[in-house]
Write a protein of this length. Structure first.
Length: 348
């Protein structure tokens, strides 16, 4: 941050501005709204941080203002704009800056570079200011150089592209958020709620964060990471080779299956089958079987009222303990927690 501020470029609106924040003593939060901003993400900091109240006096603990490159209308990705009262001055006066996702930042998402105006806005942020991103707001932080050499995350749909565009960032595609001290990043959309609750918890303790969560009707802390929200249907190659064995195995996931049995379906030696399978599918047969069983278990947990042990047997894990271990490793949550989140109302 300090390196960026050496060439500080003030917006003219900031030069003429007076104090943006009106409540001395409160933690000052500036939410940076840019054209294409997603209204849901834009509202999260005010709803969570702005809803944090002191335990003893019930007074707000944060002052949250919304700003943009200049005061005035800001386009959203919905069919309505928002009108922002503050310009870059709010960034310069904030203790925490929050950057939600925006969809109209072509150079940032395609070349990984900031426009001169955006670079000037980020340069206006004071050294030591905490910076948060929600969803693909992480692209702006990375383009500003704030994530170089640091761990970060973004929406799971963009993690591969994000890593290619910003190779110096240590991307974690599975977590809901990353706290690296003065720079924090969240996964997609509602993970911004998780991140802001974490910030409240870090700043003012569990009691305050839990009270905000209760008023907002969200869990104070979600188990697991992004992995539980990602569907990974495995592409089925059209090449002849191991396709028949895979189709045969998918009909028998509840049974113990061996590599030799799979190889025999294709009239191959185990060695040849193992090599061909990895060439076609990109992973070992054992890992593929586990992945298919996890997907079947997810489906059964979502769509049936079978017990955990019954789901484990039908999915081929044998015991509930074995399935718990595999779901915890793969999704980061227990079967019960997964079902609680994703089971349709008709099966409850």
């Amino acid at each position: 941050m300090a390196m960026m501020c050496k060439n500080r470029a003030m917006d003219p609106a900031m030069e003429r501005s007076t104090e943006v924040f009106r409540h001395p003593g409160r933690h000052r939060v500036a939410v940076f709204a840019l054209d294409g901003v997603i209204p849901f993400e834009l509202g999260i900091p005010l709803r969570i941080l702005g809803g944090a109240l002191g335990v003893e006096d019930g007074k707000p603990l944060y002052e949250v203002v919304t700003c943009s490159l200049a005061p005035g209308p800001v386009r959203t990705d919905a069919d309505f704009p928002v009108v922002v009262e503050h310009g870059v001055a709010a960034l310069a006066q904030a203790d925490t800056v929050v950057v939600p996702a925006s969809h109209e930042l072509g150079p940032v998402f395609h070349e990984g570079v900031l426009s001169p105006r955006l670079a000037g806005a980020f340069a206006a942020i004071r050294p030591g200011t905490r910076v948060l991103s929600i969803c693909t707001g992480s692209y702006l932080l990375a383009a500003a150089g704030l994530l170089d050499g640091r761990p970060a995350t973004t929406h799971w749909m963009h993690t591969d592209h994000f890593q290619r565009l910003f190779p110096r960032v240590r991307v974690d595609p599975d977590v809901l958020y990353v706290d690296d001290g003065d720079v924090l990043t969240s996964a997609g959309v509602a993970a911004g709620v998780d991140l802001c609750l974490h910030v409240v918890r870090r700043d003012f303790g569990t009691a305050v964060a839990n009270a905000v969560a209760r008023r907002t009707v969200v869990p104070p802390h979600r188990e697991g990471g992004q992995a539980q929200y990602i569907r990974r249907p495995l592409p089925e190659p059209q090449l002849a080779g191991t396709e028949r064995a895979r189709a045969w195995a998918l009909d028998r996931l509840d049974q113990p299956l061996t590599l030799r049995q799979l190889a025999e379906r294709e009239s191959m030696s185990v060695r040849t089958f193992t090599r061909r399978f990895r060439e076609e599918v990109g992973m070992s047969a054992g890992r593929w079987l586990t992945q298919q069983r996890v997907e079947l278990a997810r489906h059964l947990l979502e769509s049936t009222d079978l017990s955990v042990d019954q789901v484990a047997r039908k999915a081929g894990f044998g015991t509930g303990a074995s399935m718990r271990q595999h779901l915890q490793l793969t999704l980061g949550v227990s079967p019960t927690a997964y079902r609680r989140t994703f089971q349709s109302s008709g099966t409850r």
